[in-house]
Design a binder for this molecule. Structure first.
Ligand code: GRF
Length: 194
């Protein structure tokens, strides 16, 4: 299976996915693309010999469709079977999502359905939640709400800050996403629960 990964920043989740796609893994990375040409993850992917592409969303002010049309060029050229959003911070239109229906994954740093959207760690701390975590789900046109493919839980400590909780969750993201992609690429939809 051919996997394209979309990032917006450092790409730590992308790196773990790439590092796991070796040996008997049913998938291989074919492209890493970003909405930010300065995304540090692009350089990290290139240094691993993976093709990269960048389309600056700021070149398409108030033109989401135009940005996506530009992004689709390198994306479709890579002939991906699966798209992984990994720290990708742009909302995709229903048209774009529909194009990859059933084969686009996203990792979100909360225990969905709790806390879709942004500032998930601050919201979990403010709510006094005992647990937080990350979710990998299939992307649908409703933000952060497609079928859940995996979750990882962490405890929330009383003295947690957004930073300390985010760091604890990120460690689990790095375990969860590769495990989910392995199953998904093998055609197994059994949720991964860590
Ligand atoms: C992190 O906050 C992570 O929780 C979320 O996206 C952000 C950046 O991730 N998934 P990455 O290091 O770019 O993969």
């Amino acid at each position: 299976k051919r996997v394209a990964i979309l990032i917006s920043g450092g790409g730590s989740n992308m790196l773990r996915l790439v590092e796991d796609m070796t040996g008997d893994h049913p998938a291989r990375p074919v492209l890493v693309a970003s909405n930010d040409p300065q995304a540090a993850g692009l350089g990290r992917a290139a240094s691993l010999g993976i093709a990269t592409a960048a389309v600056d969303h700021r070149d398409f002010p108030r033109d989401r469709a135009g940005f996506e049309a530009a992004l689709l060029q390198p994306l479709l050229a890579a002939r991906p079977d699966i798209i992984c959003l990994a720290g990708f911070m742009r909302i995709l239109t229903p048209d774009f999502v529909q194009r990859f229906a059933g084969r686009m994954l996203n990792i979100h740093p909360s225990l969905l359905p709790k806390y879709p959207g942004l500032n998930t760690h601050a919201r979990a701390i403010a709510a006094g939640d005992a647990q937080a975590g990350a979710t990998v789900h299939q992307v649908t046109s409703d933000l952060d709400s497609g079928p859940i493919l995996g979750q990882a839980r962490v405890p929330v400590h009383p003295d947690d800050t957004v930073q300390t909780l985010a760091a604890r969750v990120l460690v689990q993201e790095h375990r969860l996403y590769p495990a989910v992609l392995r199953r998904f690429a093998a055609g197994d939809r059994t949720p991964v629960l860590l």
